[in-house]
Design a protein around this ligand. Structure first.
Ligand code: ASP
Length: 296
């Protein structure tokens, strides 16, 4: 059995379909999630992550990505990387080819190039146009968030039941961060415990939405720990979101989303605000779900 989860409507669909395609062609779980996120990053028509996504306040794209493997809690991440895609592949390389967990900025870019990724211009006509619109004060989304259907992050969860019957989970995330962010700003997505967490003893979780709030909540780790205490994925996500709504007043203002999956392949999600769309693929059967904001 393989269960895959992918966030947000348009990029999530691209991600889940590419991931399942890779899986059905024999990819292992790491490569499956990498393929899903890389497909989103490399699609210039998606105003979401990677190529053509919404830049920072200087009009430059700074990308973050991460992957965590629940087998031995190994993880890799990159943050604030310019001119490189797919950064999810670089995050995986950090995990597999260095003794470190995270590389940042210019040195992450240098590492990516050393590992064979060609630097490229990630800006497109459309995201330059959107940036100019924002700069002149004409953008609909003044501060932080990009379009509801696109979003700035794709987070994916994966579960496989191995031949010997043991479950294995992975979490991964890729983001351009919040649109028009201050240059150098890094959110939750590349942070283990905040944007992703995976542990084969329990399950896996991820986050998307307002990175500062999710990070303060250690949202993904907390969701996994709630599942460890016996909660279902849905209960765990709701418990994290309720705690955020109670303790973090700003979390009411914008979507802070937590998603989780246990070792049976049960999936849950909850959001502090707005609606949250998510894709789930069970052995090729793809389902779309929409979650309403919790009201306390
Ligand atoms: N969590 C991301 C960040 O704060 C943004 C998003 O999920 O849309 O960088």
């Amino acid at each position: 059995m393989t269960v895959l989860v992918s966030t947000w409507e348009d990029p999530g669909k691209v991600g889940i379909e590419a991931a399942w395609k890779a899986r059905s062609e024999g990819a292992d779980l790491r490569s499956t999630l990498e393929a899903g996120l890389a497909a989103c990053e490399l699609d210039p028509t998606l105003l979401a992550i990677g190529l053509g996504s919404l830049p920072n306040a200087d009009g430059e794209l700074e990308l973050d990505a991460s992957m965590m493997d629940g087998e031995d809690l190994s993880a890799g991440a990159v943050c604030a990387v310019r001119g490189i895609a797919p950064v999810i592949s670089v995050a995986r390389m950090v995990m597999e080819r260095t003794p470190h967990l995270m590389l940042a900025g210019e040195q992450a870019r240098r590492f990516a190039i050393e590992q064979g990724i060609q630097p490229r211009n990630l800006m497109t006509e459309e995201n330059v146009r959107r940036y100019d619109e924002w700069k002149t004060g004409n953008a609909k989304n003044e501060y932080v968030h990009s379009l509801e259907e696109s979003h700035d992050t794709v987070t994916m969860l994966g579960l496989e039941m191995r031949e010997d019957g043991t479950p294995h989970v992975i979490s991964a995330s890729s983001t351009s961060g919040i649109a028009w962010k201050q240059p150098g700003r890094v959110g939750d997505s590349p942070i283990v415990g905040a944007g992703i967490y995976a542990d084969d003893e329990v399950g896996c979780a991820g986050a998307t939405g307002w990175g500062e709030e999710l990070w303060k909540a250690c949202a993904s780790f907390r969701a996994v720990e709630f599942m460890r205490q016996g909660m279902s994925p849905q209960e765990a996500c709701e418990a994290v979101v309720r705690q955020m709504r109670r303790r973090q007043p700003k979390s009411h203002q914008m979507a802070c989303v937590v998603l989780a999956m246990n070792l049976k392949g049960e999936v849950g999600a909850a959001t502090t605000a707005a609606e949250f769309p998510m894709w789930i693929c069970r052995d090729g059967q793809i389902e779309f779900r929409q979650y309403e904001a919790l009201k306390d």
